[in-house]
Design a protein around this ligand. Sequence first.
Ligand code: IVH
Length: 689
Amino acid sequence: MPAEEIIQRMSELAEKLLLWQSQYAQGRPTVSDLEYDKVWDDLRQMEEQNPEQRLPWSPTQRVGSDLSHGFPERAHEVPVLSLDKAYAVSELEAWLKKNQGLSSQPLVVVAEQKLDGLSVVLYYENGILERALTRGNGWVGNDVTANIKTIPTVPLKLEPGLRLAVRGEVYLPKSQFSSINARQEEPYANARNLAAGTLRRVKSRETAEVPLHIFCYEAFFLAWPGQTLPSGHLEALAALKTLGFPVNAPIAALSPEGQFTGVQRHSLELLSCRGIPYAELGPLVEDQTRQRPTLDWDIDGLVLKVDALNLREELGATEHHPRWAMAYKFESPQGETKVEEITVQVGRTGRVTPVARVSPVAVGGSTITFVTLHNEGFIEGLELNIGDIVAISRRGDVIPAVERVVEKLTPGTWKFPEFCPSCGSCLRKEGAHAFCPQPDCPDQKRYRLIFFAGKDQMDIENLGPETVDTLISLGLVNDPSDFFTCDYDKLLDVAGFGPKKVELIRAGVEKARKQPFVRVLTALGIPDLGPKLAQLLIEAGLKSYAALREALENRAQELVNLPGVGERTVESLKLGLLKPSVSRLIDKLTQAGLVMEAQAPRGPENTAFAGTVWCVTGSFEKFQPRALAEEEILKRAGRVVSAVSGATTHLLAGSGAGSKLQKAQSLGVRVVSEQAFLTALAQERVPGL
Ligand code: IVH
């Protein structure tokens, strides 16, 4: 088929699909799913065979693609200004009065909801959606066209010859937000932030999976063959609506006495918006404040806009905002402040988190200086840079969150570092987050130690972050087991550490040595292994590290059957608990005398093996899996370690015992056969004694 014919055929199919899509969206489908799918498949096939000829407005673009794309910066055709703000009805009234004074006719002002989403501009050339840009700094935005095309209600193709720029707000309906956010690894503070993250997905297929919506609220008609261009805002909105754009009905059209001209009346009907006198502005604001929680989209105020476009032109704009519009902002526990610095922190798991230091600002009753920025995608979604003015919220009791950039004072977006700020390793991206892959990274180590000693873990009294830092700087602790073995007298040389204080620290450590196994397990800081899961595992009979290890190695599938444990959790446990570094740490903690098994809730105490340290290797006839033998040792108050060392007292060696047997022999550790072990169990005494 010649190229022209291919294009012709593809256009026909695409036109058909777009028509059917819009009929379907209006609740009036005209074809069966089968018929629709057939045409869809035909178009997809033609596009696959002729990728060069694929139409930019093809409905297949709505499902997005797996190809990564960036968000190149592009200049806006008209600067995208922001709105001047008022916080009281009296300010709005003063603004109305001033503008009425400048106008020769009764001034008509349109009141709309101020949508709390992401501002975008859609550019149509010759009737086709050419480009969609974020607001950016007002002059330059990011090209998010591929992702915008996945929003089903955004028209991809209008009438030939139509040149148009449309401003709108992309948002995620509140109802959708709650159900999606429940599945997020790290929940988003609000629908706006999740929408921002989604619009910034580099794979548009991922954007297509989140049901983003858009409301359009400003139109600049540049050319429309055969049509008179709108002369007022209501007319422009009505035209947008007729063209198929989603338009949030304006709340009201205000005029001094509630009077209107014919054209406006026509648009009012089309938009189902009422006309009211200025005097009703107060009740209108009250009414909207009441309605706010019942809406399925977030609004943070109202916008008043002069209707007549010629008057708008006369009024003009300041550098930042037009004089023909004014926003009214609802009161909210929000503060605005400047981002002074952005730093990155490396947590105990290696996750690298950007944090903003802001000029101190009071929000919801307390002063905020640091705010988490979550990850790279979050910062990009906000288009945030150091020096920008941001709005900070604190909803309920939650951690402060950056809601938006209120004023973009520094061009561009802050660049996430490539290297770990603590150890310099090259960062690795896993999902939304960046990780430092170096387990010996000083910051990771520090946070692991602080976490281990922390209140919800081992709760080592009098050993807070500052003391941990001092111990690290003296070279006294390197891993958590050192807390139980190090020489605290060395602290006496440090200013601020008197004998009394050191004694208190030692007492805290001794007390912590007796913490139950569930705390030890949690204190390891294995991702997903919190107190709840640790208790669950223990109750399922995995009462020691050895038992856990055995289960993870040999019957991980059984763990998936535990309530609330999924494949992903088991994977995290495997990854975390089976690491050689963790098993080494367990050995050291065992040798330091910590409680390494969950105490049996009842039954007389059996201490037949007390004071012994066992390593179990090889395979056995009676003890399959091996953990059964380890359980017998633990039941009798013996300890079990995974490697042979000088502190090991017994090696239980089954058939096929290898290097551990050699090591035990070289260290003079008593080697016990399965038969001798069975005898020892029967006699309830330690072999060799
Ligand atoms: S009109 C030149 N109308 O509020 C002014 N803006 O702080 C054109 N917004 O960046 C904007 N709802 O993202 C307008 N109904 C509405 C709006 C609205 C939300 C946003 C928009 C803008 C910000 C101003």
